[in-house]
Design a protein around this ligand. Structure first.
Ligand SMILES: NC(=O)c1ccc[n+]([C@@H]2O[C@H](COP(=O)([O-])OP(=O)(O)OC[C@H]3O[C@@H](n4cnc5c(N)ncnc54)[C@H](OP(=O)(O)O)[C@@H]3O)[C@@H](O)[C@H]2O)c1
Length: 363
């Protein structure tokens, strides 16, 4: 039996006796779960919390308490650190863990070891950055994963992020064999996305004038609306659904041109798009930084980056909000942010840099 078959086999779902004991005595509230979210604040956590609560589940959050958000009334929040400060979790049991703060395998092992006999199912939020090769379209969950030259490294950066997440996955799959779900999202976007990567485009379009558009209009882009991700994740723990799932919009669902046109329609702006080809962008040093987020050249090593297959997740219930709804919700949220966040985005070209580049290209 290969790893995938093992994960999906019904036999592997049999719970150890200690797990069965840990969940004995819970209220006879059929179908309602006690969910622990490792993380639970920040971007995606609040969406998971809202979705779980809407479906009647009880949620506990665990994080360092570094975010400024107002605690949600009625939600238990445990304070600790994945790096060894787990006292608040000791002696407790839940039906399900959703781990959205695991970046380092040692940290993940600390919680899987602590909770493996106190929790029935473990869902880990990973990333499509685990894939070794995204130069080909249609990458699915069985594709080879990145391997770090030094698997003991704990510094999380652009170089190590994907390889570390692959190692985190392996920890979860080992300690929760047959009762774990690995979800591999691409760019997660929508209300609350503090990276500004997707938000930049609708916001820039809404500002009017002539704007730089990267590549060509038919270039594919791929993302997952955070609200679709939340529905999928909570569905996976309700079922529960062991296995590994890419979480991304289907190839062909969205293009760079579609994103900009949709943003123009939704915002009502009369913005003009000046499409700049890949070679020019490369010559200007704009392919590796945060200036042109979400879009990647549909060639070379990123030729398949925006064409990853979500087929398995679709089979397990992943559904997609129309692009127009995602753009509208993102713009509404962005307009409601404090001025300093709204006017100084973490991604995208500054208006000055954009104007200078467009002037240079005209001359
Ligand atoms: N954003 C994307 O586009 C994207 C794409 C693919 C995958 N992902 C994955 O999605 C997950 C969450 O992303 P996000 O954007 O929601 O992140 P985020 O906004 O940075 O939130 C991270 C959450 O984890 C908590 N946390 C972080 N480090 C912790 C630690 N050492 N101990 C305890 N709690 C800790 C944070 O709270 P405190 O800071 O208070 O501790 C917060 O609740 C990550 O696993 C990431 O790899 C994200």
């Amino acid at each position: 039996m290969n790893r995938r078959e093992l994960l999906l086999s019904a036999a592997a779902l049999t719970l150890p006796a200690t797990v069965a004991r840990a969940t004995e005595g819970r209220p006879a509230d059929k179908g309602k779960l006690r969910i622990l979210i490792l993380g639970g604040t920040g971007f995606i956590g609040p969406h998971f919390l809202r979705e779980a609560q809407a479906r009647g589940h009880t949620v506990t959050l665990f994080n360092r308490g570094k975010r400024q958000e107002t605690p949600t009334p009625g939600v238990e929040t445990l304070i600790g650190d994945r790096d060894g400060q787990l006292e608040a979790l000791k002696g407790r049991d839940w039906d399900v863990v959703i781990d959205n703060s695991g970046y380092v395998p040692r940290h993940v092992r600390l919680t899987t070891q602590l909770l493996r006999e106190r929790v029935r199912h473990y869902l880990f939020i990973s990333t499509i950055s685990v894939y070794a090769d995204l130069s080909v379209p249609g990458v699915d969950e069985d594709a080879p994963l990145k391997k770090l030259t030094d698997p003991t490294v704990e510094k999380v950066d652009g170089e190590t992020y994907g390889g570390l997440k692959a190692l985190c996955e392996a920890v979860v799959l080992g300690d929760f064999a047959g009762r774990s779900t690995i979800v591999r999202p691409t760019y997660i976007v929508g209300p609350g996305d503090h990276t500004d990567r997707f938000t930049y485009w609708p916001w820039r379009v809404s500002q009017g004038g002539t704007m730089l558009a990267p590549g060509t209009a038919p270039d594919p882009i791929q993302y997952i609306d955070v609200r679709d991700l939340a529905r999928f994740v909570i569905g996976c723990v309700e079922a529960p659904t062991p296995g590994i799932f890419n979480a991304c919009s289907p190839p062909g669902f969205a293009t760079m041109g579609g994103l900009l046109e949709t943003s123009r329609r939704v915002s009502g702006a009369n913005t003009e798009f000046r499409w700049v080809d890949e070679a020019t962008l490369r010559a200007e040093g704009l392919l590796d930084g945060p200036e042109l987020p979400i879009w990647s050249p549909p060639s070379g090593e990123s030729a398949g980056f925006a064409l990853v297959s979500p087929a398995r997740a679709v089979g397990a219930g992943l559904r997609f909000t129309p692009l127009e709804d995602t753009v509208r919700a993102t713009l509404e949220w962005h307009r409601s942010r404090p001025a300093e966040q709204r006017d100084k985005l973490k991604a995208g070209l500054s208006r000055e840099a954009e104007a200078a580049l467009l002037a240079k290209l005209r001359s």
